[in-house]
Design a protein around this ligand. Structure first.
Ligand code: GLN
Ligand code: ZN
Length: 758
């Protein structure tokens, strides 16, 4: 019979048990043995769930204490010198992740973290030296295989492949990391032999880089690596996900492995290619159930899309999730507060297990009553969702359809706008401002919680928040800042806040997914056409403006960021959803202007991370995403100043798109690079105003006046001083007041010095 499996299950636990246990361990509230027990129980539970759901294998190797790439680095002995110890233990992994040294708990640099392909999951970047040695050094995978074996489960092991591992690594000096491949593959061969020695037949070996643009060197690396790895006795299931194999398909299917997994949820069109290229005896694992969203699968459609493949391949067709389910929340059954209709449209990881096994059973010809009922139900749900009036809002659709290029354009070009803004705003040289949030004290968080739980009334809540805003305004006046903010005390999160006030969004209680380590996020769910029933920020900004004669900056989250940090709909395009949000934000911007707010910031920290993996798809994304931003920003008069903010600095390759945003002012992160990154703006002759962050808000250190003066002086070598703003790198909500006030005081003093100099 053809088999069904998943590529991995979320490790965090339905109630974030793993997060809680690890954090307790860090605080010394539980012992290592107690922590290990929690991990063991979670693994056993998740394996049992896979079998109970009717899958043919459990997947072992998807568990990680902090991150799967970190665990693999430990396994391969890739430990930066500053973290090296005689034996590698769980604590070594935590030290690498969190930056304490093996001896005496001193702080040393943590390993860098970066996004896992185009997901919101972050992995720890392996650090490789030119003379890097690899050696099996950490036994977690083998121990987990033994653990699963002892429990009697049918096992498939799972491992990130050597070429993708190398691709995701960084080098500590300038050398070609591919020179390390032969030695790395030799170590993998030992690991694969150890896996086979446990009696585990199938190994899901993941090479997600196969869905990216590869140079011939990297393609060659795959060919030579798999020629070697195929010499072992493991049955290798070469696994790709997050996109189509595309121009790597020929290469992939030529590798000497026993099976291939492809992502048919993201790239259904590649099924035909796969069928044409699949070697005669190989397995094709069809990733048909989306591992990255929360929507219930349309079982009948899935089955029919695979019918032809089934007829051709018979038992050689396996059914699977598109990618690891670690990107979906754990269990929908826990959601008691979602209304039943919406809930019936959803499937979390636990529900997806049954979807996978059901599709496989149906393809295998099982038409028991239980299965037919599941199909009938799924079909009914899909139909109800497709036609629900909760999803479809004709007015919103018409408005999006009617968007013209003019809607995405300010009235006049920047040079004209900035002149009339200067008249209106009358700002000094080196104007000072902040990015929006001020310290979120426990008092503020408590007030928000009390309001949420109806412990205090709306009036009490507003009074308290207004007091907070007034305090923040007075402090900023005392500091002498030029453009003030209200401080965002009413916002728990920059996306959730807007999602809660927009129609078309829903919020779960248990929709947690791991973002990194013990940090989990609960993205809002976009389920329907998005509209703004009422202004969302105007009252707070208006109140804040009324407390001061200085300029008050309105503060909004941009449409691209709201989309990127939510679970999006799968029935309309991302572009269309973003445009719907853009129109709602546009109305808010216009309302702020009418309320007397002359400077409005629209944050887009997620713009860059939405970039597709394939170069060929990037321009289209950048075109519609920058246009959506402009739609949100262009409803106002020339003399209203639009700011945007992004908390990163890799702009080189997307400079034309940054310029295409046409924000009057952009504030960015630069302080850690000594302003050198501004050269991207200079090289591109970026025309508009820029606020390069002059201090790193991630650190509690108070930067000195001299330090910041020097940084801004450096910046002036790249950017005309008439266009420079002075501000921190990002929002201040994670800092406390003492360091915040000290740092801002120095920042304002530095700006004053510079006004005298220039
Ligand atoms: N305005 C937001 C803040 O200050 C921006 C946060 C961000 O860029 N991530 O907190
Ligand atoms: Zn930021």
């Amino acid at each position: 019979m053809a088999k069904s499996h998943i590529l991995g299950f979320p490790r965090i636990g339905a109630d974030r048990e793993l997060k809680k246990a690890i954090e307790s361990y860090w605080k010394n509230d539980i012992t290592k043995v107690e922590l290990e027990t929690v991990g063991k129980q979670l693994r056993a539970k998740h394996w049992q769930q896979q079998i109970d759901a009717g899958l043919d294998f459990i997947t072992v190797g998807d568990f990680a204490w902090y991150d799967q790439v970190l665990a693999l680095s430990a396994t391969l002995g890739v430990i930066p010198e500053r973290h090296q110890e005689e034996t590698i233990t769980l604590d070594t992994l935590f030290n690498m992740a969190r930056g304490s040294s093996p001896c005496c708990g001193q702080q040393v640099a943590a390993c860098e973290m970066t996004k896992w392909f185009d997901t919101n999951y972050h992995y720890l970047v392996p650090e490789l030296n030119a003379d890097q040695k690899f050696a099996l050094s950490y036994n977690q995978l083998i121990e987990e295989l033994q653990e699963a074996k002892a429990l009697g489960f049918p096992i498939k092991a799972n491992l990130l492949g050597p070429v993708s591992y190398l691709w995701l690594s960084k080098t500590n000096s300038d050398f070609d990391k591919l020179t390390l491949l032969p030695q790395l593959v030799a170590t993998y061969k030992q690991l694969l032999a150890n896996i086979a020695a446990e009696g585990v037949e199938w190994l899901q070996i993941e090479e997600p880089i196969l869905v990216q643009d590869l140079t011939s060197e990297w393609q060659q690396a795959l060919t030579t690596s798999y020629a070697e790895l195929a010499k072992g006795s493991n049955k290798l299931l070469l696994t790709s996900y997050f996109g189509a194999l595309g121009d790597n398909a020929k290469l992939a299917f030529s590798l000497p492995v026993a099976g291939f997994h492809i992502d048919l949820s993201r790239a259904p069109e590649q099924l035909d290619t796969a069928l044409a290229l699949l070697p005669a005896h190989a397995i094709l694992s069809a990733g048909i159930v989306n591992g990255r969203n929360i929507w219930r699968n349309d079982l009948a459609t899935s089955v029919s899309s695979l019918q032809q493949a089934k007829a051709t391949l018979g038992e050689r067709l396996w059914v699977a999730s598109s990618c690891s389910l670690q990107h979906s929340p754990v269990d929908l059954d826990n959601e008691t507060k979602l209304d039943t209709e919406l809930k019936s449209w959803l499937a979390y990881a636990t529900q997806k297990l049954t979807e996978v096994s059901t599709i496989n059973a149906l393809l295998n010809g099982d038409n028991s009553e239980q299965l037919t009922t599941r199909v009938t139900e799924s079909t009914a749900v899909v139909a109800s969702r497709a036609t629900s009036s909760r999803i479809h809002n004709a007015a919103v659709k018409e408005r999006v359809a009617a968007i013209t290029d003019k809607d995405a354009q300010r009235h006049s070009p920047f040079t004209q706008r900035i002149a009339s803004q200067q008249q209106e705003l009358n700002l000094p040289l080196f104007p000072t401002t902040t990015i929006g949030s001020f310290p979120q004290t426990s008092d503020i968080r408590q007030t928000r919680n009390q309001f949420k739980q109806n412990i205090i009334s709306q009036d009490q809540y507003i009074t308290k928040m207004q007091a907070e805003i007034k305090d923040v305004v007075k402090r900023q006046e005392a500091l002498g800042l030029d453009v003030l903010v209200h401080g965002e005390p009413e916002r728990n999160d920059m996306v959730e806040y807007f999602g809660e006030l927009l129609d078309g969004f829903a919020f779960s209680n248990y929709g947690w997914v791991q973002s990194y380590g013990t940090r989990c996020v609960k993205p809002p769910i976009i389920f329907g056409d998005i509209s703004r029933p009422a202004p969302m920020t105007v009252a707070w900004s208006k109140y804040a403006q009324a407390q001061t004669n200085k300029l008050m900056k309105g503060m909004l989250t941009g449409p691209v960021t709201i989309l990127c940090w939510s679970f999006a709909r799968d029935d309309i395009s991302r572009e269309e959803q973003t445009n719907q949000i853009a129109l709602a934000i546009r109305d808010e911007v216009v309302d702020l202007e009418h309320a007397g707010i002359k400077v409005i910031q629209i944050d887009e920290p997620a713009l860059r991370e939405g970039l597709p993996l394939r170069k060929s798809e990037q321009q289209a994304y950048l075109d519609w995403s920058t246009k959506a931003f402009r739609i949100s920003a262009s409803g106002v008069r020339d003399n209203t100043q639009i700011h945007t903010h992004m908390c990163y600095c890799e702009f080189n390759d997307i400079m034309p798109s940054i310029a295409a945003l046409d924000a009057d002012v952009i504030t960015i992160e630069t302080s850690r690079s000594n302003m050198e990154l501004l050269s991207a703006f200079t090289d591109f002759s970026y025309p508009n105003d820029i606020g390069p962050g002059v201090y790193d808000i991630h650190s509690p250190n108070v930067p000195s006046v001299e330090w910041m003066t020097q940084l801004i002086t450096n910046a002036s070598e790249y950017i005309d001083v008439a266009r420079l703003w002075v501000n921190p790198d990002c929002g201040l909500k994670t800092r406390d007041w003492k360091e915040t006030e000290a740092a801002l005081k120095n920042m304002v003093t530095a700006a004053h010095h510079l006004r005298d100099t220039f």
